[in-house]
Design a protein around this ligand. Structure first.
Ligand code: ZN
Length: 303
């Protein structure tokens, strides 16, 4: 018994040390999706080390942790992830990290459950694609500032300042999105994509949104789904449908073929960034750049 207590005490002591004194004086932070990686970098700047597990074009619904990922996670002072079962195959890994006293933070905890869109397709019962309403991202920005400041109080003023500047940029982005969309006649605001990533976007910016696959890319669209959606496109005279960067192109091509086989035409309006940003170092590799690119692509193809 004494031995167990001693081991427990040693463990607690070691993990307390790890929290208090990160290896090179900076917090080691591990993030999941590129959207979260970008946000944490915007706020943390050079005061933190950020390691994003998922790169551009990676689908978070299907992502499994590699051995290397588990090593990175085990060394982290903080882990930021989406939550609401966005990273459906990482839930066990996060629970394991919690048991090792590593703080894991779901950014979706920043949002009031009442503002979330319900979905029976996810174990969380909510649609996890929360980043497609800029106002959600504003709340999450404030939340990340708070969490980083708690973990590294000596840098709190720095995080606060970066958060303030970033919030201003997000407000400007929201206004710009609304201006671009206002040029598209209301009856043309129908967004057909490969999977249901854009429900928050639709709700926030006035689009009817239809995804070919269910909310998660883990569920394949059936033949009947394709036919029903093809009829919808013809009926509503939808000009263009969209591929997503993190979902195979063939699902949308099958839909286009179904419309064409009914003697109608629908274009592929471009590739949207849904569950991952563009390549790091490009404009679309940031949340703000990605959002503007998506909205311009949608409006140009549908007008
Ligand atoms: Zn998704």
């Amino acid at each position: 018994m004494k031995k167990i207590v001693l081991i427990l005490l040693t463990f607690t002591f070691l993990s307390a040390c790890k929290d208090a004194t990160p290896s090179n004086g900076k917090l080691n932070i591990v993030t999941t999706t590129t959207m979260i990686t970008d946000l944490v970098n915007q706020i943390g700047g050079d005061k933190i080390n950020v390691e994003g597990l998922m790169g551009s074009g990676v689908d978070p619904h299907l992502y499994k942790a590699s051995e290397g990922d588990v090593t990175k996670l085990a060394k982290a002072n903080l882990i930021f992830y989406g939550g609401l079962h966005l990273e459906g195959k990482l839930v066990d890994v996060f629970e394991k990290m919690e048991r090792q006293n590593i703080k894991t933070i779901a950014v979706s905890d920043a949002l009031d459950k009442k503002t979330l869109i319900s979905s029976a397709l996810f174990a969380s019962n909510y649609d996890p694609h929360i980043w497609f309403d800029v106002r959600n991202w504003e709340r999450i920005t404030t939340f990340v500032v708070q969490k980083l400041s708690e973990a590294s109080p000596e840098n709190a003023a720095f995080f606060e300042e970066n958060g303030k500047k970033y919030l201003e940029k997000l407000k400007a982005l929201d206004a710009e999105i609304r201006t671009i969309i206002s040029k598209l006649p209301e009856e043309k605001r129908i967004l057909v994509t490969a999977h249901d990533a854009f429900n928050y976007f639709g709700k926030a910016y006035g689009f009817e949104v239809v995804g070919l696959q269910g909310l998660s890319t883990a569920t394949e669209a059936g033949v009947q789904d394709v036919q029903n959606l093809a009829n919808f496109i013809i009926d509503k005279k939808v000009k263009a449908i969209f591929v997503e960067s993190s979902v195979p192109r063939r699902t949308i091509e099958a839909l286009q073929a179904a419309v064409n086989s009914k003697q109608h035409q629908v274009e592929i309006g471009g590739t949207l960034y849904s569950d991952a940003l563009g390549n790091a170092g490009t404009v679309e590799g940031t949340y703000i750049g990605m959002f503007k690119y998506n909205v311009n692509t949608i409006v140009n193809a549908l007008k």
